[in-house]
Structures are given as C-alpha cells and as structure tokens.
Design a binder for this molecule. Structure first.
Ligand SMILES: [Zn+2]
Length: 229
C-alpha cells in the first residue's frame, strides 16, 4: 500500500484482554512494515538470550515475583534504541504502557504519534474470555467463539473432553477486567485523548472488519494531519 504519511509511525496499542490486540498488531506491523515490539516477548527473549537485563529479570521471575517496572522500561528503551540505530522508521508497541506511570516513562524514551485503542465493551470481553477451554491432557487452548475444536468441546489433538479453567468463568473474567484492566487503562486512555493522540476503533466484529477499521482510521488521521511526507 502507499504509506505517504509520516505522521503515524510510532504507535502504541491499547485494549482489554480478549480484544484481539495481538492478532491485529501482527497484521498491522506487516501492513505498515513496522517492527512490532511485544513487551512479553521482549522479556522472554532477553531472559532466553541471557542479556544483562534478561538476567536481572530472570532473578525476579525465578522467585515468582513480578518484574519491576524499571526493568521493563529499560528493556523497552533498549529495543527502541536498537530500532533507531537500524534506521528508525517507527514501531508498533504492544503490551506497554498499561498505566499512566508507564506512559510517563515511555515519554522519557520517545514520543508517540498514535495511541490506537481497540475498544471492546466489558460484556463482550467477558463473553469472549469465558469461551476459553483447555485440554487438561495435552494443554491445548481453544476458544469456542474464535478457535473452536472440530468436535464439540473435544480436543482435536488427543480427544480429551475440554474443560474451563476456574480463572475463565464469567464472574472471574469480569472481576479481572474491572480490577486489572479498567482501573489502570481508563486514566491512560483519557490522558492520550487529552493529548489528541487517541484513535479509538470499534473492536467488535471479525478480525477482517476490525483490521479494515484500523487501516481506514490511520489513513484518515494521516489525511487529516496533512499527510506531508
Ligand atoms: Zn488434548
């Protein structure tokens, strides 16, 4: 596609769990030819490769503790600096920032052009996440809505009856949404809105539909900004 717009190349992705953010992020990265930085992957890769930051992170993970904010920020900084060194045409960042403190830390590293929110209402998040089923024998994960097994609630790989984790019941999912996501995300979203960086996309629909909305919204934003190269 023609990407004549230089205005929207440093993009952070926001959205609740179950919004399909990961899938959209991968497609969008390919479409815009931008490097995709997924915070969780970054952390795992650093640990696997035994980088100085990775070794520090591993010490926390081995103790079953959360990796501190500062370490995650340092990893993001390292990844963004590497991209700058390699030509710096922009990036797509998934999984960071999750709250205002992280957004402020990110501002200390780089500016961003767009905060792309894949917006899915609470009821829909609950519906999607509580459709998750697992195979206790082989560990495969299914979703009755988006990735159903071929036979009703039976594992494709080993034939075991699928079960629902206690974490995935509608009540627990709803609580997780309120406590873990909404409390932190709402102030973050509001802050990006006030800065004029927020681009909110309706995340209800097929992967194709949502992706189409994202591309059109980004292009629209470009045109609106003058689209100067
Ligand atoms: Zn199985």
């Amino acid at each position: 596609m023609a990407m004549g717009c230089a205005g929207a190349k440093r993009i952070v992705l926001l959205g609740p769990p179950g919004a399909g953010k990961g899938t959209q992020a991968e497609r969008l990265a390919r479409h815009l030819d931008l490097p995709l930085i997924v915070t969780g992957d970054l952390l795992r890769a650093a640990v696997r490769e035994g980088t100085p930051l990775g070794r520090q992170a591993k010490a926390y993970m081995d103790r079953g503790e959360l990796v501190p904010h500062e370490l995650v920020v340092a990893l993001i900084r390292e990844a963004l600096q590497k991209i700058e060194v390699e030509g710096g045409k922009g990036f797509l960042l998934d999984g960071f920032p999750r709250n205002l403190a992280q957004a402020q830390a990110l501002e200390g590293i780089t500016s961003i052009d767009v905060a792309l929110l894949i917006d899915v209402p609470r009821e829909e998040v609950v519906r999607r996440l509580s459709a998750r089923r697992v195979c206790e024998r082989c560990g495969r994960v299914y979703n009755l809505l988006t990735q159903p097994p071929q036979r009703d609630e039976i594992c494709d790989a080993c034939g075991e009856k699928l079960t629902q984790r206690s974490d995935d019941t509608p009540e627990v999912v709803a609580k997780r949404f309120d406590v873990q996501y909404n409390q932190e995300a709402q102030p973050l979203i509001e802050s990006y809105r006030q800065k004029g960086l927020l681009l909110s996309i309706d995340g209800v629909g097929s992967v194709e539909e949502v992706f189409g909305r994202i591309v059109r919204a980004l292009e629209g934003r470009c045109a609106g900004a003058g689209g100067s190269p």
